[in-house]
Design a protein around this ligand. Structure first.
Ligand code: CO8
Length: 256
């Protein structure tokens, strides 16, 4: 059985559903490789304009698979080359929305933080409990969490393994918005469809500049932004969007 289920939602949105409910969607090596291959394929698939990733009502993902790591040595962990699996998600040019119900812990929280937008159900719980296992986050948990919610709240979570509720995560800036539990996936798909209907080159460039600029000094990031903003004036969709505005009609985008 596939560890990740793939559904088309409308013509241009793809829904990825983690499918290890018996293990709270723990990220086994096989599941990560499936995710990697899916992200590499969707990045190249012109018919896919936005991706939603979700789990089930009990867990988005409860982290790396502890049973698959319990006896692992450093060399074995290196051989798994998890970095390449995460890079496929990190480098995806399409907008990615996490629709989180239940637990997003450890690697599950890190997976959500690889996404561009996080929509959480009211009962969702976020945390990096690695410290309780005598290890530490290895897929951006110490860095992305700190950038998202600041040093002092991040330290408290990372050093205790405590969880944040959806509302606490929202207030802290880890979550984009909170929905009723049973509305999370629908809300994420509706948002994805709205983004997918916008000019794809503008969407792609905005994502690239936000993510690249976050790690640059402000002056350099502002220059990057300006260059990308100029570049979009060369697209057919920019011409169509502005003409449509002036002519008071809906725009028809081609992705060119
Ligand atoms: N890995 C493997 N199996 C899991 C995991 C997991 N992360 N989480 C849950 N399961 C399994 C349980 O073992 C159980 O299986 P079984 O039925 O065979 O006993 C089943 O899922 C259901 O779990 P529970 O009965 O515990 O369900 P609850 O609803 O009571 O609790 C929790 C759910 C709170 C999610 C609980 O299961 C839990 O605490 N899970 C572990 C969470 C955790 O510690 N996550 C962090 C893992 S480490 C990580 O993600 C980063 C690794 C970084 C590696 C660095 C590389 C260099």
């Amino acid at each position: 059985m596939a560890n990740v289920l793939v559904e088309r939602a409308g013509t241009d949105v793809v829904l990825l559903r983690l499918n290890r409910p018996e293990a709270r969607n723990a990220l086994s090596p096989e599941l990560r490789e499936e995710l990697r291959d899916l992200f590499l394929a969707l990045d190249r698939d012109e018919s896919c304009r936005a991706i939603v990733i979700t789990g089930d009502m009990r867990a988005f993902a409860a982290g790396a698979d502890i049973k698959a790591m319990a006896e692992a040595t450093p060399a074995e962990m290196m051989e798994r080359d998890d970095e390449t699996n995460w890079a496929a998600i990190r480098n995806c040019r399409k907008p990615v929305i996490a629709a989180v119900n239940g637990y997003a812990l450890g690697g599950g929280c890190e997976l959500a933080m690889h996404c561009d937008i996080i929509i959480a159900g009211k009962s969702a719980r976020f945390g990096q409990p690695e410290v309780k296992l005598g290890i530490m986050p290895g897929a951006g948990g110490t860095q992305r969490l700190t950038r998202a919610i600041g040093k002092f709240r991040a330290m408290q979570l990372l050093l205790t393994g405590d969880f944040l509720s959806a509302e606490e995560a929202h207030v802290a800036g880890l979550v984009s918005s909170v929905s009723e539990d049973d509305a999370v996936v629908g809300d994420a798909l509706a948002l994805a469809a709205r983004i997918a209907a916008l000019p794809p080159l503008a969407v792609e460039e905005i994502k690239r500049v936000v993510l690249t600029g976050m790690d640059m000094p402000l002056e350099a990031a502002l220059k990057l932004e300006m260059r990308s903003a100029y570049l979009l004036f060369g697209t057919a969709d920019k011409g169509e969007a502005m003409r449509a505005f002036v002519e008071k009609r809906p725009a028809v985008f081609t992705g060119k």
